[in-house]
Design a protein around this ligand. Structure first.
Ligand code: SF4
Length: 286
């Protein structure tokens, strides 16, 4: 088992203590079922970074293929963090993150039937989340198939607090596994603490800059620290209203144009992870 400090692989990491994972809960990777090619859906967020550290520390096996599905809308913060900290860490153990391009999606903002794919808000409700399936799940599968792989296991990053998002695969050739839910059980909070204890900075939330599954604090962070991403979200928000002749659609749940929203306004408390509960694909926010 590797014991080298993760922080030594990063430029600006704060030095922390070794992991506080409860080793009684850890099932060693010999027990992880692996009878086919092991693929990993690299989401770029907290749970993904925790998995990267577990692989680095030899507490999970090395995947054969690590794939990030680039929607073309991923937040700059996620890219920055992963370029700086996670890619070098994985590279040091021979893992390259492969990028599945958005060109592999057959639809962009609208489906073949003309429906908006984003889970946008109307004045009376919210659309279903179709984008995650089209931009992440299907793109992942097309990328894997393009490598000539006919059957695989795929890791998804849901943690123990997100078991309501766990669903088996809907295709026979791909089996899903959730290492943070079952093999090394950790909640999102525990993942974050583990990452900090390993000497890495606070991980970002991984999502598209236009994602409506976002709380006010997250919008405010985007607007304050990543104004270019926020401006692109404002433009998307306008675009979907211009294109929708039936509903007035909005990226923000207040059903106001994004540039008019006061993100400092308190919102009804949500259970942790509840902001993601409308997305069941398992390929986002991890
Ligand atoms: S992060 Fe949000 S907008 Fe992006 S694909 Fe996932 S659900 Fe859709």
């Amino acid at each position: 088992m590797r014991s080298k400090k993760v922080a030594s692989y990063t430029q600006h990491a704060m030095f922390g203590s070794d992991t506080t994972i409860d080793t009684r809960k850890v099932i060693t990777h010999q027990s992880v079922k692996r009878d086919r090619i092991l693929t990993w859906s690299f989401g770029g967020g907290t749970q993904t970074i925790a998995i990267a550290l577990l692989v680095y520390l030899d507490r999970l096996p090395k995947p054969d293929l690590t794939i990030f599905c680039d929607t073309g809308r991923e937040g700059t913060e996620t890219w920055e963090y992963n370029h700086k900290y996670v890619e070098p860490l994985l590279a040091s153990i021979g893992i390259t993150i492969e990028i599945a391009s958005h060109d592999l999606a057959t639809v962009d903002l609208y489906g073949h039937n003309g429906d908006l794919l984003l889970p946008a808000f109307t004045e009376t409700g919210k659309f279903p989340t179709y984008c995650s399936d089209e931009w992440k799940k299907k793109v992942f599968r097309r990328y894997v198939r393009s490598k000539g792989i006919e059957s695989c296991i795929t890791w998804l990053g849901m943690s123990t607090d997100e078991v309501d998002r766990i669903k088996p695969s809907d295709v026979q050739w791909q089996e899903y596994q959730w290492p943070l839910a079952f093999n090394v059980p950790m909640s999102r909070t525990e993942c974050r603490q583990f990452i900090l204890n390993q000497g890495l900075p606070d991980p970002p939330k991984s999502s598209c800059w236009c994602c409506p599954h976002r709380l006010n604090g997250q919008w405010l962070r985007l607007k304050t620290h990543y104004p270019q991403d926020f401006q692109k979200a404002v433009e998307h928000d306008r675009l979907i209203r211009e294109r929708d002749r039936v509903h007035a659609v909005y990226l923000h749940k207040s059903a106001q144009p994004l540039e008019d929203v006061d993100f400092s306004q308190p919102e009804a408390p949500v259970l942790f992870g509840e902001e993601n509960s409308g997305c069941q694909s398992g390929f986002c926010f991890v």
